[in-house]
Design a protein around this ligand. Sequence first.
Ligand code: EPS
Length: 399
Amino acid sequence: MLTFLTAGESHGPQVTAIVDGLPAGLPISIDAINHQLSRRQKGYGRGGRMKIETDRVQVLSGVRHGFTMGGPITLVVANKDWENWSEIMDPFVPVPEDIGLRKQRLVEHTVRPRPGHADLAGGIKWNHKDLRNVLERASARETTARVAAGATARQLLHYFDIDMIGHVVRIAGVTLADEYVIDDLETAREITEASDVRCLDEATGNRMIEAIRAAKKKSDSVGGVAEVVVRNLPVGLGGLSQWSDRLDGKLAQALMSIHSAKGVEIGQGFRSAELRGSEVHDEIVYHEDAQSRRKGFHRTSNRAGGLEGGMTNGEDLVVRVASKPISTLNRPLRTVNVVTKEAEEAMVERTDNCVVPALAVVCEAVVSLVLADAFLDKFGGDNIAETERNFASWLNTPY
Ligand code: EPS
């Protein structure tokens, strides 16, 4: 169905995504892609790199006059920082003898792997001692390409009136109160877009900012939890026939692949394990309404997070991703030099000290890709008219 690949190094000339499988004739807005890219760049706790980059997409294939043609879509985002790295990162020209002290240091220090980063395992795997050959691809800069790809998938969901919001529920120890309710998505969007940490509650957001600031003062980093809520999904995306059909599994795999993710939770998640069945499961009621995507069946609560038996049940999809703190620390942890095998301090690179607000945007993109794939798996269509017809026919089939 819908597939995508990404390519590119953090300090190479560009990051690229190729998206294949969107039906022909789907309207694609370049502004909508750029909007998502710029949302990903924001958030309190970002480092110097985001002052250099202004991410804008170039669409190099698959779209013509604002509509998908049917073939693969190539999306490219230039790295402005490439200018500063072209000598070190050039694909063929060897590093010149005299590259200046700052650049010399950059070349030499990449033999000291950061605990928590891909540096060491990747170095052993690819057999590189210069760990830049690993960290460049391991960098979360790759999420730029995923957000661009996700922004195309999101336009398919938008076409079928499926909407979503990503927001931050925890940074360091500061947590949004459990009682928060996302009623109108538009209002929630206004609030979170105005918050430097994408938090629905201003006072909690301010305490999150305080926690980031306190960690930064100590040259440390913080993690947190982002949540994505998706509304207006039809019942039955995903499947129960085989393990590989289950939408919870697909979401978990895709979300766990985001840099620094350490946990995925659906609905009440881990809390469900502590409660009784009567406190966990959502009772079913029936009333005919215009929301025929649920075929008239509603829940009195949504602790399952919109998924039962590997399928959407028509309630809001609610997924959370826990992110560990960034592993580049300005006050470095102990490590071992991979050349000399001597104990040393881990390398220090320019870095962010909190990326949880950006994580919320990346999670939206990743969820969009998984859901668009599941939607096309169910409703199919080589062109959007076919997809629409199949969807309408499903809606009109009584249960
Ligand atoms: C990252 C290190 C930093 C981050 C980067 C992810 O980049 P740099 O080494 O150039 O300062 O800013 O994230 C991005 C570039 C981005 O666009 O999100 C890392 O090592 O993962």
